[in-house]
Ligand binder design. Structure first.
Ligand SMILES: [Zn+2]
Length: 136
């Protein structure tokens, strides 16, 4: 159970990191375009043509067009949001199906979530139920 939660959490963190990466890439692109387009009279058309034509020097890697960079940033952002929504859905789904076992009478029952302490529905003892499995 603990491992399952950690896996979902890492997915959640991965989604947040993708979102941040995409957002920062887009931010850098717009910040670069903004600094040179702010002096222009026709701001938006200049901004658009700047993004379409300008290249970024990446040193040893070579040059990268701002268009690709902004597409890359948008893809990261969308992917991050997708991962976030997906991992949240997994958290929600598995929350409804936990199989618990009583350590005394060995009976199983299903619960909405794993509990630290619960009353066994069979022997009515106050026990620490063992998690058998989780799934949909
Ligand atoms: Zn019991």
């Amino acid at each position: 159970m603990r491992r399952v939660i950690r896996k979902k959490l890492s997915g959640y963190v991965f989604g947040i990191m993708l979102c941040l990466l995409g957002f920062s890439v887009l931010f850098v692109v717009f910040w670069k375009a903004w600094s040179s387009a702010s002096a222009s009279a026709d701001f938006f058309s200049y901004l658009w043509s700047y993004i379409l034509t300008e290249q970024v020097n990446l040193g040893a890697v070579g040059t990268l067009r701002l268009t690709y960079l902004s597409v890359l940033g948008a893809v990261f952002l969308v992917l991050g949001v997708y991962v976030l929504v997906f991992s949240r859905q997994v958290l929600y789904l598995s929350g409804g199906s936990v199989s618990l076992q009583c350590p005394y009478c060995r009976n199983h029952w299903r619960a909405r979530r794993a509990m630290g302490w619960a009353e066994c529905p069979y022997c009515r003892k106050f026990i620490q139920p063992q998690v058998m499995k989780t799934g949909s």
